[in-house]
Write a protein that binds this ligand. Structure first.
Ligand code: ADP
Length: 480
């Protein structure tokens, strides 16, 4: 079977979050398992610069009347996987973020930017377009690819199966109906049995409505999104599609996240040489300007500074963390208020240090150097960083939700305990969880056992890849 994996970001070319990690690692794992898989991404400047063996591909015409679109062919730099880049300079070649301008505002033409990605994906599935490689399956990811199923439907392209993966349901790609003038779909597409959702165009709704199969990135999240608390209005549609909805937990890339081989950290270590982990703690304390102190528990946070990630819950506990003699480091960008708050604390408290930036290398050193990793998310479709932390013997403190629930085992469990899990997203509950972690940390034997449990867990991509292959093999949905 041939599979076109379509995404708006992919590591190592462009990354804003977990989607890029998945798009960078899952396709090679699927190729390894025997699938004929290629990637489709927008030709952002970073993507054009990062790929190898770039060849000018064919023209895809001028589908939106804003300029010619070309399909550049290349290979991914690390895996060598074939990648197509949708080259439409007026939409993708610009400075700033891939979704947002430098000011933090979304690009005003995101509807066109990601409609085009979706349209090209759909047209690649059409043998009449003349491509020398035509996918049997479109594996679509998040709202940016959500219109692909609509294009297949309204353009009458048959024979292509669609699998849509929800990485985060919160972001839905909702736009004013006036965009119907721009996106080259017939006006009839704007309806209940189409891409309309409560008086707007919704790319996510389109995906959930038209895709043959829907997956999301953990079993718990697959259940949660069928409820109003996590469904963001899509719960009804998801309940209606529950038979076609699967939860497959992400893997992690052990080529990049492995304490035995990681070249970004001060000292490599393994499950058998955990004593060496301490060198990373000291190096991190020095790098972050904290007092070098083996006896102070060191907590870390890496991620987007947003309400989703529960950063405000951590903020409410800083006093308590200080009074427990601990230290804490933050790495992240996001909500301006949280950024300013952390910057201010970082300069006024010796045992709090924050880096308000995006930096892969520091992320590795925090995950290797800390004793505990905080992830008190309000919702978390899968979450990758807690899996990285487990791999590095840095025990996660997480809220029982989504992928966190599927990957971390609380210390009170008899078997496989490797972290602390709490239920209610309120500061007191997180405080108690931190307290439990610190108590366990003080018992060196208990802590060592927990670390070993954590490091033994297998989050390799091969297992997830096999589950995706099962879905690729399922028959297409019969629409009634
Ligand atoms: P999400 O996709 O919701 O942002 P995930 O945990 O699934 O969360 O993935 C986040 C990814 O982005 C991880 O690889 C994490 O290490 C990385 N990351 C997030 N913020 C930063 C940052 N400021 N610097 C470096 N890496 C970051």
């Amino acid at each position: 079977m041939s599979v076109l994996f379509v995404a708006s970001e992919a590591y190592p070319l462009v990354k804003t979050g977990g989607l890029a990690d998945v798009a960078g690692a899952l396709p090679p794992a699927l190729a390894e398992a025997g699938e004929d898989i290629r990637l489709l991404l927008p030709a952002y400047p970073q993507a054009l610069d990062g790929v190898v063996n770039r060849r000018d591909g064919r023209s895809m015409g001028d589908p939106f009347g804003i300029g010619e679109v070309r399909l550049i062919e290349a290979q991914m730099p690390d895996s060598g996987l074939p990648v197509y880049l949708v080259d439409c300079p007026v939409l993708y070649r610009r400075d700033g973020g891939i979704y947002q301008q430098a000011s933090g505002e979304d690009w005003p033409d995101n509807h066109a930017r990601f409609a085009l990605l979706s349209q090209i994906a759909a047209r690649m599935g059409n043998p009449l377009e003349g491509g020398d490689w035509v996918p049997d399956i479109l594996h679509l990811n998040d709202w940016q690819t959500g219109l692909a199923g609509a294009y297949l439907h309204y353009y009458g392209i048959k024979g292509v199966k669609t699998v849509f993966t929800i990485h985060n349901l919160r972001y839905q790609g909702q736009f004013d109906p006036s965009i119907m003038q721009v996106i080259a779909l017939p006006q009839e597409a704007y309806g209940v049995n189409g891409i309309e959702f409560h008086g707007a165009v919704s790319y996510m709704k389109s995906a959930l409505f038209f895709s043959d199969h829907i997956t999301t990135v953990s079993r718990t999240y697959a259940q949660e999104i069928q409820t109003p608390e996590f469904g963001y209005g899509m719960e009804g549609l998801l309940q209606a599609r529950a038979e076609d909805l699967y939860g497959i937990v992400n893997g992690i890339d052990y080529g990049i996240w492995n304490p035995e081989t990681d070249r970004l950290i001060a000292q490599n270590y393994s499950i058998d040489s955990l004593d060496r982990k301490m060198a990373n703690k000291r190096a991190l304390q020095r790098e972050m300007g904290l007092p070098v102190d083996d006896d102070a528990p060191l907590l870390g946070f890496v991620g987007r500074l947003t309400e989703q990630k529960g950063v405000d819950l951590i903020a409410e506990n800083l006093q308590y963390i200080m009074s427990a003699g601990a230290q804490i480091v933050f790495l992240g960008t996001g909500d301006k208020r949280l950024e300013d708050f952390l910057k201010e604390l970082s300069s006024s408290h010796a045992r709090i240090s924050a880096r308000i930036m995006y930096n892969e290398e520091i992320a590795h050193r925090i995950i290797a150097g800390c004793d505990m990793f905080l992830m008190p998310s309000r919702f978390e479709p899968c979450g990758l960083t807690q899996m990285y932390a487990l791999r590095y013997g840095t025990l996660p403190i997480v809220r029982r939700t989504g992928g966190l629930n599927d990957t971390v085992t609380d210390l009170n469990e008899k078997e496989g305990a490797d972290g602390v899990v709490f239920d209610v997203p309120v500061p007191q509950a997180l405080g108690k969880a931190i307290g439990r972690a610190i108590t366990a940390w003080k018992d060196k034997n208990e802590w060592r056992q927990l670390q070993q449990n954590a490091m033994k867990k297998d989050f390799g991509w091969d297992r997830s890849a096999q589950e995706y292959i099962k879905i690729y093999r399922k028959p297409r949905r019969v629409r009634v």
